[in-house]
Design a protein. Structure first.
Length: 128
């Protein structure tokens, strides 16, 4: 049985561009599912594919943080934080954004003040 170093070494053998493409496909398969198994936490950024994978292995985290296409889908709801919104917009660089706003999640209405602030931030990026 190979030791951990050998197994990790195989991860590095695959080019970063391939890993980035794999992560992009995985994210696309999980973005905005029609049916949430757990609606209360489904839209939460901590359940985002790239967030979970980035915590599995530091090398994957480096790749994910350097892949702007993984940060273009933004979910705004009663669970999403401004920090996540800002991070996603910054990390997506100049790519087009796909923004989904849900006013009600699990019978919780999004705070109107937070929605207004989110919209102000989004409007500044409307050219994208």
């Amino acid at each position: 049985m190979p030791d951990n170093h050998d197994a990790t070494g195989n991860v590095y053998a695959l080019p970063v561009e391939i890993w980035s493409k794999i992560f992009t496909i995985g994210k696309a398969m999980t973005d905005y599912p029609d049916d949430y198994a757990d609606e209360e936490s489904a839209g939460h950024p901590k359940n985002a594919f790239h967030f979970i994978v980035s915590h599995a292995f530091s090398y994957f985290r480096q790749i994910i943080l350097a892949s702007p296409q993984l940060w273009t889908s933004i979910q705004i709801d009663s669970i999403c934080s401004f920090k996540w919104l800002f991070m996603s917009m910054e990390r997506s660089q100049t790519l087009d954004l796909d923004i989904n706003i849900e006013l009600i999640v699990n019978q919780h209405l999004i705070d109107q003040g937070e929605l207004a602030l989110s919209m102000d931030i989004i409007i500044l990026q409307s050219h994208r």
